[in-house]
Design a protein around this ligand. Structure first.
Ligand code: ATP
Length: 336
């Protein structure tokens, strides 16, 4: 299944009617064998982008190429892509084995061969004991595995996944997330996974493509997107950042790099960080491994500091306390 499968979207636009621009000037190269997450808020154009790659939606302008050859005009089954839908879309009246084998039946592969191949795929997703069941006799996580096996039986160069984990409970979502990551590395094919969950994208992706309002806002490794957000939208959407306004310039500062100290300790001139503001603690939230303090002041928007519980316990504070806020200049990222 692996190979040089470089997918490139070049200035891809999708317009519905005269007024709705769902995707605008989307240019991105998807490295072969990489795990890419299309991330962004509801309505930003993620699913439309995925559907254009799959061939379930036409492009209004621009081009989509796989290994230099335009696939825009090809029907879905000829593109080398396979799609796994949010609802899994399993056929309720077919057994698990027949669901997985379905596309081979369409290709007129004989029964023995398509069942052999379906069983091989079911084995891969650890569902070998369930081949004769109907979808309604499976849990959500099991249905998801069957849907994966069904998508992979066509040996796609690229697997497209539309919110594949959203129907699962939080515990199962994390388990299936690691299974997806393992499967992608094992198969060595490109996975393009649509999600609106920052955690999911950070955990899974080699590359995050973060969309906002039909456009790519930033793309890069999880570390780049989280640690060096280029815009205020990225800093706020990825979370874990304060956006500081300093004489008209905006800067992102990670909440876990934001320092607080009780005002009674006096102004801190530390070698690694300096106190820059003073304020009043307005909210303290205990999150288990960390404690988040929100600090309000007259001349700045609320700032959040995320402390380890150890740091917090060294100098505990509560709403109403005066505190200083500080940071290391190197931890500030200018936003455009
Ligand atoms: P979500 O996370 O909610 O699924 P999304 O990022 O996947 O959102 P899309 O489904 O790609 O967003 O939709 C992008 C925009 O295009 C939205 O404003 C949506 O209303 C619009 N849109 C999508 N499909 C159509 C359609 N068939 N006709 C008209 N507008 C559409």
């Amino acid at each position: 299944m692996a190979g040089d499968n470089q997918l490139i979207l070049e200035k891809v636009c999708k317009q519905y009617g005269r007024d709705i621009v769902a995707v605008e000037n989307f240019t991105q190269s998807f490295d072969a064998s990489s795990y890419v997450c299309l991330l962004g808020p509801s309505g930003c154009g993620k699913t439309t982008t995925l559907r254009m790659i799959a061939g379930h939606e036409t492009v209004s302008s621009g081009d989509i190429t796989l290994d230099g050859v335009s696939i825009c005009k090809l029907p879905p089954a000829k593109r080398g892509t396979a799609m796994m839908f949010q609802s899994y879309a399993l056929f309720p009246h077919l057994t698990v084995r027949d669901n997985v084998a379905f596309s081979l039946k369409m290709k007129k592969v004989d029964k023995a061969e398509r069942h052999r191949k379906a069983d091989e795929l079911l084995d891969m997703v650890d569902m070998q004991g369930f081949a004769d069941r109907l979808p309604e006799q499976l849990s959500g996580g099991q249905q998801q595995r069957v849907a994966l096996a069904r998508a992979l039986i066509t040996e796609p160069a690229i697997l497209l996944l539309d919110e594949p984990l959203s129907a699962l409970d939080p515990f199962l979502r994390i388990r299936m997330r690691s299974e997806l990551a393992r499967l992608q590395k094992k198969l060595g094919i490109t996975f393009i996974h649509v999600t609106h969950s920052q955690d999911e994208a950070l955990a899974l992706a080699d590359t995050i493509v973060l969309m906002n309002d039909a456009r790519i806002e930033q793309s890069g490794s999880p570390h780049q997107v989280f640690n060096a957000p280029q815009t205020e939208f990225v800093a706020r959407f990825m979370g874990g950042h304060n956006v500081l306004d300093m004489e008209g310039n905006k800067f992102a500062l990670r909440t876990d790099k934001t320092r607080v100290l009780p005002a009674a300790a006096g102004t801190q001139q530390n070698t690694s960080w300096q106190q820059h503001k003073t304020g009043i603690v307005s909210y303290v939230e205990y999150l288990g491994r960390s404690v988040e303090l929100t600090v309000s002041g007259d001349d700045f928007a609320d700032v959040t500091a995320s402390l380890t519980d150890e740091e917090f316990n060294l100098a505990p504070c509560q709403p109403g306390d005066s505190v200083g806020i500080g940071w290391n200049e190197n931890d500030l990222h200018a936003l455009s």
